[in-house]
Design a protein around this ligand. Structure first.
Ligand code: ATP
Length: 514
């Protein structure tokens, strides 16, 4: 069992949902959910992809209206008709994709749309002082005049929190807040959360990282298929309970064994140098050499900014290297286009699926078959029956939760969209698969589906290069482990014997003691 902070049952309920139901057409996202959020508690909202977590939070923060049921604030029913209204009543949500303007200063971001008026226009001095005060409350030394775009992601997140605090948030909803943070930034966030709760602010914490939920939360609430199936003090639960309750069944092995033995070299990279697309005077990838064989899953472990994404994108043909060579099955492809590499069987599952992994106006099925259309086309016409059969198999293989193959991709939960990206990769009969953070936003059960798929791809004779910032994944889902930091490969480790401390030590980061 994990020790959590004791919850005082006498703390008043700030925000509650009563019998909240939400239907989108035939899909029941929420079914009669009763949820109580107490003053000063951290409530972890847990559930598989598509369980209804985001929908519930959208309703509690005025983004969506329930089909039936009510929201109560301090015991009184309220109609939260818009996010602005929810903010005015003290309920703020911080999304995974931050909503700050990078080209404005910290002060301007905090007061955007609610500038303080002075006798001669905006009261800059008062705004700056208020900003300094609220940042001080968070224990962070951030210059109020700094451009938000120049801050680290962790600092940007603190600016969002500062804005919510300045708006007197009483309930702060955080959706996957640590997905882009370094270990030390996670520590800062947790101490900020503890400080907020000691002042009576309630925090709803949504994360697929169970270790974080167990560490930071007082209460664990589990949603499954739109039902609220459990609510317990964190001190009384453990990881196996959470996993069982989320899935409604015992979970099989999280990381299936990869059994394929390495064959021919598929990818050979020699002394690759790639300028940073955002700042061409520095190198994002610095003198990197590596190889991937058939049947191998080679993990490239690195934190944000290590150069993982630029490396994978260069291998997919998206950036032109300044020096070095890329060989595919022995053929020099360094100067070839993205299309050429796709023809050679190179597929990239990108990190930012919303921006470049999926076509938002298309259905689930069309997104999946998009990359395989050439193969599915005979005499100028797409073989629709084969397409439908393959899409159906893909949906099953990675267990995409969708009404049907013809449902719009935007109707899927975030994690299920990620699974569609992988199903799409599978349909291309790939030679080299480049996976960039494939489990971001994906639930713990779906992770095992994704890595079963990865093992299957490797088993079919392709090579897999997996870029990840998740230690557990790097160690357990790979056959070989490379560590990347500041653009360079700094270590090669055997995932069978390497420890977490060794991997972290190689990156130069401290291991967080959970
Ligand atoms: N706009 C929409 N139209 C149709 N269906 C939707 C819409 N938004 C959500 N859904 C459906 O409602 C269900 C709950 O989705 P929700 O996004 O709340 O899940 P979640 O628990 O937040 O998942 P994840 O962990 O993947 O983010 C899913 O089946 C989803 O497909």
């Amino acid at each position: 069992m994990t020790a959590g902070r004791p919850t005082a049952p006498t703390r008043p309920v700030v925000l509650a949902g009563r019998g909240v139901t939400k239907a989108y057409g035939a899909t029941h996202a929420l079914r009669g959910v009763d949820l109580e959020i107490h003053q000063g508690e951290v409530l972890a909202l847990i559930g598989e992809n598509g369980a209804g977590k985001s929908t519930l939070m959208k309703i509690l923060s005025g983004v969506e209206q329930p089909s039936s049921g009510t929201v109560e604030l301090d015991g009184q029913p309220v109609l939260l008709a818009s996010p602005a209204q929810a903010v005015a009543l003290g309920v703020a949500i911080i999304h995974q994709e931050l909503s700050l303007c990078p080209n404005l200063s910290v002060v301007d971001n905090i007061f955007l749309g609610r500038e303080l008026a002075g006798p001669t226009g905006v009261a800059r001095r008062r705004e700056r002082e208020a900003t300094r005060a609220v940042l001080e409350r968070l224990g962070e030394e951030i210059d109020p005049d700094a451009l938000v775009g120049d801050l680290s992601l962790g600092q940007q997140q603190l600016v969002e929190i500062a804005r919510a605090l300045d708006e007197d948030a009483r309930v702060l909803i955080m959706d996957e807040p640590t997905s882009a943070l370094s270990a030390s930034e996670v520590e800062i966030l947790f101490s900020v959360i503890r400080d907020l709760t000691s002042r009576g602010v309630a925090v709803v914490y949504i994360s697929h990282h169970m270790d974080e939920c167990l560490e930071v939360a007082d209460t664990a609430v589990v949603l499954r298929d739109g039902w609220l199936v459990a609510s317990r003090p964190v001190a009384e639960v453990d990881l196996p309970w959470i996993v069982r309750t989320m899935a409604g069944r015992d979970q099989s092995d999280l990381f299936p064994a990869i059994t394929a033995s390495p064959g021919q070299v598929v990818l050979q990279v020699e002394d690759l140098m790639v300028p940073d697309p955002a700042n061409p005077s520095r190198l994002a990838v610095d003198t990197v050499s590596l190889s991937v064989r058939e049947g191998e899953v080679v993990a490239v472990y690195g934190l944000m900014g290590a150069g993982r994404t630029e490396l994978l994108e260069t291998l997919a043909g998206r950036h032109r290297p300044a020096a070095g060579r890329i060989l595919l099955d022995g053929r020099d492809v360094t100067a070839t286009s993205v299309a050429d590499r796709i023809d050679q069987g190179v597929v990239l599952a990108p990190e930012d699926r919303q921006a470049d992994g999926l076509v938002q106006v298309m259905s689930v099925g069309s997104n999946m078959s998009l990359a395989a259309l050439r193969r599915l086309t005979r005499a100028g016409a797409i073989h629709r029956r084969r397409e439908a059969a393959e899409v159906g198999r893909g949906i099953e293989a990675v267990r995409v939760k969708t009404e049907s193959a013809s449902a719009p991709i935007t109707s899927l939960s975030g994690g299920n969209q990620q699974k569609v990206v992988l199903a799409k990769v599978l349909m291309t009969a790939p030679r080299l698969v480049l996976l960039d953070e494939p489990t971001r936003g994906v639930d713990i059960g779906a992770r095992s589906d994704i890595f079963a798929t990865t093992a299957q791809i490797a088993g079919s004779g392709a090579g897999v290069l997996l870029a990840t910032s998740e230690l557990a994944e790097a160690l357990q889902a790979s056959t070989r482990l490379l560590v990347m930091a500041r653009g360079r490969l700094v270590a090669e480790l055997d995932p069978g014997t390497a420890t977490r401390d060794q991997v972290m030590a190689a990156t130069g980061e401290q291991l967080r003691t959970a």
